[in-house]
Design a protein around this ligand. Sequence first.
Ligand code: FES
Length: 122
Amino acid sequence: MKPQQGLTVVFEPTGRKAVVPRGVSLLEAARKAGVTITTRCGGKAGCLMCKVKLSAADAAGVRPPGDIERRKLGSALDEGVRLACQAAVWDDVNVQVPEDPLKAAVRRKLEAARRGEEEELW
Ligand code: FES
C-alpha cells in the first residue's frame, strides 16, 4: 500500500487520471479527473446513478462497502459494482465508468439509423 498522499485513480475507458489523498470518494476523484458521473442525489447514496465497476484485482483499491452501500447494492457488490459517491479511495485503483444511460440510448438509436433499421430517429 502506498503512503496516504498521491494515490492514482484511473477512470476507464477514457484513461483519465486523478491523484488524490486516501479517503476521497471515487465521485470526487472523477470530478478532479474531469470524468462526468451523473448524479441526482448529490452523493448521498440516494439515486444509484453513480455506479461504477471494479475488477477483482482493483477491489482492494477502495475501502470495503459500508452498511448503506451494502443495503443499496446487494448482490451487485459481488460483481464489483460500487457507488462512486460512497466508495473511498484506499490505494491506486482502476475504475470502469459505464456509459451515461442517455448517451447510450442516443448512440444505439444513431447506430440503428445508420444500419437502416429504423426510418425515424425517434
Ligand atoms: S450520487 Fe446518488 S447514489 Fe451516488
